[in-house]
Write a protein that binds this ligand. Structure first.
Ligand code: 13P
Ligand code: SF4
Length: 317
């Protein structure tokens, strides 16, 4: 299947025939982003999914995102163009592991990143995304212990921002973001001293970026730790000429659209998520034609997970 004008028209025609809204995460391939009704980060897309009047949601992203939409809207049909599109970070904690961790910290509040399975969300008090993780943790009384899972780098970022000693962080990671290392970032920043740095908090190099700023190697106002949605907002108001971007490479498409005059370069151009890229133009067309792959969440699990996801969508901008 070629993502040409005929493909585009057919996808749009089928979407309206099926009363489907097409949502695409910022890491999707450009063609899928272009044909979608909405492109955004995990938080924005969850909110749109919850509020949409369409009877079918086609989630062009990874499985936990589609599951989250189904938890929020159990009466809607939720499709993902390829159900094999998983997430290495979501796999880094199981519900059983979380239950054991909770047993070691009675009374703690559990904050889980949205990059988790529905079963983990069912064991969670409040979910968060990288856009609102700091605000979610700030909403919990200071004296209450917090268990934060599964991403260690986002957890470290939240701990730094909130200065909270009683925040315990699970040691999970995303293989794509963990692979964007500090040495590579330091070299790229040294070669482009005027460039702003946009760093996703899931990156292994987020701490190194702050060291670079602390050492004066990069002026601190040039270092920005941002979710993918906040990167686009930042780009729209930026006067920088050059920006080095530390996240999955699909992000460059929306950034270049938002600010065509800025030169955006990936810190690591091999940082591509194979799961996000399973949502091909052919898979999207098949999803609309055949109504596959439909996402189901066990009703009891969804019921237990719903409140934590609702709290997530209600906190932060
Ligand atoms: P956000 O788009 O919420 O920043 O999440 C990034 C991510 O890795 C999703 O898988
Ligand atoms: Fe998961 Fe990482 Fe891929 Fe995002 S980029 S979907 S966190 S594996």
């Amino acid at each position: 299947v070629e993502a040409d004008a005929a493909w585009f028209d057919e996808v749009r025609r089928l979407a309206s025939e099926r009363d489907a809204v097409l949502l695409a995460h910022n890491y999707q391939v450009p063609e899928v982003q272009e044909v979608a009704d909405h492109v955004g980060d995990s938080l924005a897309l969850s909110r749109i999914a919850a509020e949409s009047a369409a009877s079918t949601i086609v989630f062009c992203g990874v499985h936990f995102m589609a599951e989250t939409a189904k938890i929020l809207s159990p009466g809607k049909r939720v499709l993902i163009p390829d159900a094999r599109a998983g997430c290495s970070l979501a796999e880094s904690i199981t519900a059983e592991q979380l239950r054991a961790w909770k047993a070691e910290h009675p009374g703690a509040v559990v904050v889980s990143y949205v990059n988790t399975t529905a079963e983990v969300k069912a064991e969670t008090d409040i979910c968060c995304t990288s856009s609102n993780a700091v605000e979610v943790v700030r909403s919990i009384p200071a004296e209450t212990d917090v268990l934060f899972c599964p991403d260690q780098f986002l957890g470290a970022h939240v701990k730094r921002e909130t200065g909270r000693e009683n925040l315990y962080v699970w040691a999970g990671e995303c293989h794509v973001h963990a692979g964007i290392n500090g040495q590579e970032l330091a070299q790229r920043a040294a070669a482009n001293p005027d460039a702003d740095l946009y760093i996703h908090p899931e990156c292994g190099c987020a701490t190194s970026a702050l060291y670079l700023a602390g050492d004066g190697a990069v002026p601190s106002e040039q270092v920005k730790i941002l979710s993918t949605g906040d990167m686009v907002k930042q780009a729209r108001q930026s006067s920088a000429e050059e920006v080095l971007v530390a996240t999955e490479v699909g992000m460059l498409h929306q950034l270049r659209k938002a600010a065509p005059e800025i030169d955006f370069q990936a810190v690591n151009d091999r940082a591509s998520c194979r799961y996000m890229k399973m949502i091909t133009p052919a898979a999207l067309l098949r999803a609309l034609r055949e109504g596959v792959d439909e996402v189901h969440v066990d009703a009891g699990v969804a019921e237990s997970a719903r409140e934590s996801v609702r709290r997530m969508v209600s906190i932060g901008q």
